[in-house]
Design a protein around this ligand. Sequence first.
Ligand SMILES: Nc1ncnc2c1ncn2[C@@H]1O[C@H](COP(=O)(O)OP(=O)(O)OP(=O)(O)O)[C@@H](O)[C@H]1O
Length: 256
Amino acid sequence: MSGITLPVDGPGAQEQAQWEGPPAAGALVSMSGVTRSVLLPDGTQLTILDGVDLQVHRGDHVSVVGRSGSGKSTLLNILGMLDLPTTGSMEFDGIPVESMSGNARAVKRGSSVGFIFQQFNLLAERTALENVMTPLLYARGRSFWQREKIAADMLEKVGLGNRLKDKPQKLSGGEQQRVAIARALVRRPSLILADEPTGALDIATGQAVMALLAEVVAESGAALVTITHDPGVAALADRHYLLDGGHLRAGTEPAA
Ligand SMILES: Nc1ncnc2c1ncn2[C@@H]1O[C@H](COP(=O)(O)OP(=O)(O)OP(=O)(O)O)[C@@H](O)[C@H]1O
């Protein structure tokens, strides 16, 4: 698909102006020596991430592969400020995340991060349009007052302009994921985090959805971090990482 353009004075423009912070040249997300550990019921400590260094800039498309249980979702949760590092440092837009209150992190997450999940996570009782409008309920200004038009425009961008009133159960898996992509992008976040975005789709549909996702994200200027088991999906990224034993390394092959 080509010629995709996002709404000109798009959703979230006001919030972005408010939150844009440091110059675009700086890293959007910077992780340095990040570990994440949890205390297990038997009192032992499980180290899930160990000494992770990662920088993500606007416009980047980064893939992370790794075996089941290697810590991919844990990494994504930290990138999206859903969890904090146990040790090490992470900055989002130049702001140390540990210096932000929980509320400030939630506001920042809402305006700056869009999530896409394997199982789409759409609200079953809401139409495609209502699902895409949902993030705009937390926006301000034009993004809030014109949320219906903004959401409809975004669904048009992902090729679903004729399915606005359909609920998820009437949509195919690929169509549901396109609704989820529209929802993730509707506030014009600076970072899109996709956790196995093609995992519930057949190969051809997954490739089409992934190509669309990469294109609309690139058009928006946001960064895209994709976690995937699928080498074909990972290959679409510009930079490739592997999580292995809690360590993040460049490339897709485990260390010898
Ligand atoms: N809160 C927690 N308490 C205990 N163990 C945890 C916790 N969170 C994660 N783990 C463990 O840490 C490891 C990494 O989990 P994570 O979900 O990040 O892996 P993943 O690479 O995303 O796996 P998958 O590909 O199967 O989704 C797993 O062994 C998981 O059981």
